[in-house]
Design a binder for this molecule. Structure first.
Ligand SMILES: *Cc1c(COP(=O)(O)O)cnc(C)c1O
Length: 414
């Protein structure tokens, strides 16, 4: 599709990846505009038969140009911090299509979100309800709130990215939710508008999502019986992508699975996909610095866990291939970075034909890639390029060394 080989040379759309690496240097993130737009449209089209809003989860990849593309398509946004809100605004996103998730919203973040007029706060605790009520009352406004319920379903994904079990820190236990809604409805600074959940990420099955929805609809009916009318239902994000041999459900399959559950209901449907929109649209391109044969064969590359953390953090597997064919004998390599940590691995035991200086591409790097990058070991963060047909746009410059100490101060006394 938008990322593939032509004449044995890896391309993103019509741009050969080796040429991009020459022009912009490595490590380098490269994204396909066409892929992102097609993924967003697939989501939007899948739910075309009802009132809905696709709210892209900014935390998956918050680069301004990517937010701009999605804003132009009419996307909404799901944010988890005041910083993400400002990114959405900078990129031309619509605050009235923005929902604010996250367990730790500060007073300043709440004030700013009220000032710009977001669509809803996705509230994760009673203490947060009280805080939003107090802030809104102090400013003489009412805050639209949705309550994030924890439906207590097992998303059957990696424990670090599973969020819908009772033992997780997210949301309000669905068994307590009626009482919490009653409290919220009585708070003068709040307008209760929604019900939301997000059970986890990289979901490869629909059943947990459908379960969570059924439980939420039961709650919705009990709330209606108490006179609490819910205007929108937000089913979160979480659809997986193909990193290895997964066959994650498509947005259309998700829509088909939940359509019968929603029959006869008029609530607006919101969803918060992140990874599914951008994950497969991106590559991390890196160059081999050294080959180090031995008990294990290592390929030491110029990208590290500081550029792509998922393999180190979750033991995640991402496909790695050479960008152009080489003449070397294939061997099994551990692909590692230069950082002084044993966890600094991009991939283990990969059969690759590598010469010194070979270029490698790590797939599935469009989501939870650059956003998790750090400067550990005083490494400037990489550049990002967005490919659009045969054009490449530098959407983020590679950090300069001076960026590493921007804002730092030497002591001015002996
Ligand atoms: C992380 C997150 C998302 C996006 O998850 P993906 O798996 O990337 O789709 C959506 N909603 C909330 C509340 C989140 O925390």
């Amino acid at each position: 599709m938008s990322i593939g080989r032509h004449n044995d040379r890896l391309h993103v759309e019509q741009c050969p990846v080796d040429a991009l690496a020459e022009r912009y240097g490595t490590p380098l993130y490269v994204y396909s505009r066409a892929h992102i737009e097609a993924a967003w449209r697939a989501y939007d089209d899948a739910f075309a038969d009802r009132d809905h809003l696709v709210c892209y989860a900014v935390k998956a990849n918050g680069s301004l140009a990517i937010l701009q593309l999605l804003a132009r398509l009419g996307s909404g946004f799901d944010i988890v911090s005041g910083g993400e809100l400002e990114r959405v605004l900078q990129a031309g996103g619509d605050p009235r299509r923005t929902v604010f998730s996250g367990v730790g919203k500060t007073v300043a973040e709440i004030e700013r979100a009220l000032e710009v007029g977001i669509l809803a706060f996705n509230v994760e605790s009673e203490a947060e309800l009280e805080r939003i009520d107090a802030v809104a009352t102090r400013h003489g406004v009412t805050a639209p709130v949705s309550i994030r319920v924890n439906p207590d379903v097992d998303a059957r994904t990696h424990p670090y990215i599973s969020t819908g079990l009772r033992e997780n820190k997210f949301g309000i236990d669905i068994h307590d939710a009626e009482a919490v809604y009653a409290r919220a409805a009585a708070m003068p600074g709040l307008r209760v508008t929604g019900l939301d959940f997000h059970i986890g990420s990289q979901l490869t099955e629909l059943e947990p999502l459908a379960d969570a929805l059924s439980r939420s609809l039961g709650l919705l009916d009990r709330l209606a019986a108490q006179g609490v009318q819910i205007e929108h239902l937000d089913i979160g994000g979480g659809l997986g992508i193909r990193y290895q041999d997964e066959t994650p459900p498509t947005p259309a399959a998700l829509a088909d699975a939940i359509r019968p559950l929603l029959a006869g209901r008029s609530q607006r449907l919101l969803m918060e996909p992140g990874r599914a929109l951008v994950g497969e649209a991106g590559l991390l391109v890196t160059r081999v610095e050294y080959l180090k044969p031995g008990h294990r064969d290592f390929a030491i590359v110029d990208a590290a866990m500081t550029d792509l953390l998922r393999p180190a953090l979750y033991d995640a597997w991402q496909r790695i291939e050479t960008v152009t064919p080489g003449n070397a004998e294939p061997r099994r390599y551990d692909i590692v970075g230069p950082v002084c940590e044993t966890a600094d691995v991009l991939g283990r035991d990969r059969a690759l034909a590598l010469e010194p200086d070979a270029l490698l591409a790590v797939h599935g790097a469009g989501a939870y890639g650059f956003v998790m990058a750090s400067q550990y070991n005083a490494r400037p963060r990489p550049a990002e390029v967005l490919v659009d047909g045969d054009q490449a746009h530098l959407i983020r410059e590679r950090e300069a060394l001076a960026d590493l100490w921007r804002g730092e101060h030497l002591l001015d006394r002996p």
